[in-house]
Design a protein around this ligand. Sequence first.
Ligand code: PGA
Length: 245
Amino acid sequence: MKKLIAGNWKMNGDLDSARALIADIVNRVDADDDLQERFEFLVCPPTLHIGSVRHALYGFPAIKLGAQDCSPLGNGAHTGDLSAAMLKDSACSYVIVGHSERRADHGEDDALVQAKAKAVLAADMIPIICVGETDAQRESGEALDVVSAQLKGSLPDVKHYDDIVVAYEPVWAIGTGKVAGVSDIEEMHAHIRGIVGPKVRILYGGSMKPDNAGDILRVANVDGGLIGGASLKAETFLGIARAGL
Ligand code: PGA
């Protein structure tokens, strides 16, 4: 199983910068056989930029296209929303669901995240289901229980979890420059592995950078990374992958 290096561009950039960023990523991956052999790459631009990024990825399957969110509902009268079917139609193959910023900014709970994950699967795409504890929850020793409960509530009720990805993103590590310790990552990923089984890719996310990625990507049960800030530059995004070679 190739490790998945996923870039979450969040609400950043404009059309020009999105085009420039994807062109830079494509050129660098195209020129590097080691990266292509060892990793699967994914970029999740702002939804408005998906069409342009898709254009740049034609004929280049080493980099997949994904979205940062979707509606749990099918097409219909839902102003402002985007269905999983629309994202599939725009060549997305992954959708991030339940990111902690959506849980915090939009009050998304586990039941909604589960409904979104189901909609993504029904549209023949792979949901990246995000879980992770807060600072206070880790301090009080609840991290494993919190993540168990989030997974129980957010995982779609399917027999085999082969077609999902789980991203462990401690909330206190996202965009803060603080990174979870390698032994904490190892403990949490083993815990998640026990719940989701052997075939699910489990990503780490939270302030990954080229200089900490090597240690993180070598931890048992870490099958890749979900990268925010450092995914906005091709050099740091691919530097993270290169650190894991
Ligand atoms: P960060 O974000 O790499 O900027 O910490 C990670 C994420 O939120 O997916």
